[in-house]
Ligand binder design. Structure first.
Ligand code: AMP
Length: 434
């Protein structure tokens, strides 16, 4: 199957060709025909599967082909709601790329920054609005956004929005939407609340499920070091010093922990930056941009801040803390080795974390290889797991990725770098990407 066979408008095909996309990924192949027919869609899939193009391309196609631009040019006709600023910006960049030759304009709005630039972008007029829930409702309530011309709405990463406490905002939003619309609902997992929410939002819908590849766990080379809490910083410094050229994403369970790791690394002359919810938007974007560009080699992140972030050429993930939700482990390690099999994920496990390791191994149905001796072995590293387990949240599916097709071509890498470089510039297509 090719994009051409899907019957897409010429300007979109041209842009996809320039992006280096030859064949649709499974979610694109299944979703695009449904959406081109005008049906609602429930997509059970996560970022990394090519989801953005799966919903973005049909929307661009409909807007380009079906709706007279002269009549309602630059009125919000499509709304995409996504949980984090980083995801919103990524979606904006992708739609700008796919819609490059359509003449359609998108803008991105999110909280944590002053609203002035976003309001003026809205006032200039946009066809597609990409937003995080809080700022969206805020600007709606202030009267800066009208949904009179809205035809398409996408709720992206619904389960994460729920985890982040956005459920009431989302319900308010759904109530404010015009009834005649095409609705798309995406979630990686489908707990009861999400099923109920999807029923509220969707009309006559088709469902597409993209199973997380078991392969994620098999594809990524994994290993675990048993290490005491006190020696985790030393082991981290030791490992990073051995791989100065690698791009490394370090996961910390807490924001405070992430800051502490950055300080420790600085003491060892290793430059790193932390991204988490307490950092300013500018600091987060700068850290992420520098990391994607390869200027910054080590990024320390909490799970919420890192979710969905797409970093090409990420060679190593280090779980400084093991997550107590096993699916989070699969999600984290899926950041590396995305297109090739060369990714490595190393985990630090102190005595208290051994129950988490056992849960992870149960989920991935394989043992994480023990990496044996390291220079910071002590009695505490050897100690067998005594401690209380925290209850796991129930999740239905592993949040793995990698269902997308290979996108590690040098063309793709260069394109991503260029996009990242332009991240902080205002472009005519994306009014507010600071
Ligand atoms: P997403 O799940 O939308 O975040 O996409 C994950 C990655 O896959 C992004 O880097 C996209 O540029 C890339 N991608 C999406 N669709 C395709 C495709 N058909 N061919 C190659 N790469 C793609």
């Amino acid at each position: 199957m090719t994009f051409k066979e899907l019957g897409l408008a010429e300007p979109i095909l041209k842009a996809l060709k320039e992006e280096g996309y030859t064949n649709p990924t499974p979610i694109q192949e299944q979703s695009i025909p449904i959406l081109l027919k005008g049906k609602d869609l429930l997509g059970v899939a996560q970022t990394g599967t090519g989801k953005t193009a799966a919903f973005g391309i049909p929307i661009l196609h409909h807007l380009y082909e079906g709706i007279s631009l002269r009549q309602n040019k630059r009125k919000v006709k499509a709304l995409i709601v996504t949980p984090t600023r980083e995801l919103a910006l990524q979606i904006g960049e992708s739609l700008t790329a796919y819609g490059k030759y359509t003449g359609l304009r998108n803008t991105v709005i999110f909280g944590g920054v002053k609203q002035g630039k976003q309001v003026s972008a809205l006032n200039q007029g946009v066809d597609i609005l990409i937003a995080t829930p809080g700022r969206l409702l805020d600007l709606m309530n202030q009267g800066f956004i009208s949904f009179r011309d809205l035809k398409f709405v996408v709720l992206d990463e619904a389960d994460q929005m729920l985890d982040m406490g956005f459920i009431h905002d989302i319900k308010k939003l759904i109530a404010a939407l015009p009834p005649k619309r095409q609705s798309l609902f995406f979630s990686a997992t489908m707990p009861k609340t999400i099923v109920e929410l999807s029923r509220k939002m969707l009309g006559d819908f088709d469902r597409v499920t993209i199973k997380p590849e078991q392969a994620t766990a098999e594809k990524v080379e994994q290993g675990v070091y048993f290490v005491s809490k006190g020696n985790k910083p030393n082991l981290l410094v030791h490992l990073l010093q051995q791989r100065p050229q690698d791009s490394v994403l370090v996961f910390s369970r807490t924001k405070h922990g992430a800051n502490k790791i950055v300080k420790k690394l600085a003491q060892a002359a290793i430059k790193s930056a932390a991204i988490h919810g307490n950092k300013s938007q500018t600091a987060r974007q700068k850290a992420l941009g520098d990391f994607k560009d390869g200027i910054l080699k080590v990024l320390v992140a909490t799970d919420i801040a890192a979710r969905g972030i797409d970093v090409e050429e990420l060679s190593l993930v280090i779980n400084y803390d093991l997550p107590n939700v096993s699916e989070t482990y699969v999600h984290r390690i899926g950041r590396t080795g995305r297109a090739s099999a060369s990714g490595i994920a190393l985990s630090f496990c102190m005595a208290e974390e051994r129950p988490y390791l056992r849960d992870i191994e149960k989920l991935i149905k394989q043992e994480v290889p023990r990496l044996g001796e390291h220079p910071f072995m002590d009695d505490a590293s050897e100690q067998e797991a005594p401690v209380k387990r925290q209850p796991q949240r129930s999740r239905n599916k592993p949040a793995a990725k990698n269902n997308g097709q290979s996108r590690n071509t040098s063309q793709n890498r260069n394109r991503n770098r260029n996009r990242n470089r332009n991240r902080n510039k205002n472009s005519s297509n994306t009014g507010s990407k600071e």
